[in-house]
Design a protein around this ligand. Structure first.
Ligand code: SF4
Length: 167
């Protein structure tokens, strides 16, 4: 049986959730023994072609190009996991959803006419089917490792139904 492949994808985000994965150090090396990291530009420029067994997706959809790219990522991924508040809920960049994005762009950029952006920041699940969601800003790295470990062992990850304490 061939070694399962793992891909990590970035959309609109601060990279903090990917850094949580890189922070895992020894644990990541242990995972690397059981999985082939095929696409993780934050860690290596080496890229293997898909399809990929597990894709981790960080970030929200904020541009027309990314709205198309996530479709290709989904088509190339057997299991797709969104990681972090940007990917699962739109992130801080979703503040634009209640505002006029053109007005924001004029305030922030000297030449806003060069921007190609959507009026909203939306979670990945608004665009494609998502198999699992890991919440948090950033994500809990132990939960991420447990999720990857369970999937590699052929088990369903034990994830909470929600990540907010209502007590
Ligand atoms: Fe960064 Fe938080 Fe978004 Fe993760 S969820 S990419 S830590 S802003």
């Amino acid at each position: 049986m061939s070694t399962p492949t793992l891909a990590v994808w970035k959309f609109a985000s601060c990279d903090g959730c990917q850094l949580s994965l890189l922070d895992c150090e020894d644990e990541l090396l242990a995972v690397a023994d059981r999985v082939r990291i095929a696409h993780f530009l934050e860690a290596s420029s080496d890229v293997l072609p898909g399809p990929y067994d597990i894709s981790l997706v960080e970030g929200s959809i904020t541009t027309p190009e990314d709205a198309e790219r996530i479709q290709r990522v989904r088509a190339d991924s057997r299991i797709l996991i969104t990681i972090g508040a940007c990917a699962t809920a739109g992130g801080i960049q979703a503040l634009r959803n209640q505002a006029d994005v053109d007005e924001y762009a004029k305030v922030v950029y000297a030449r806003p006419e060069y921007l190609s952006t959507l009026a909203t920041s939306t979670p990945i699940a608004a665009h494609v089917d998502v198999d699992y969601e890991l919440h948090g800003c950033p994500i809990d790295r132990r939960q991420l490792l447990d999720t990857i470990g369970a999937l590699l062992a052929g088990r369903r990850p034990a994830l909470p139904a929600h990540s907010v304490c209502f007590d």
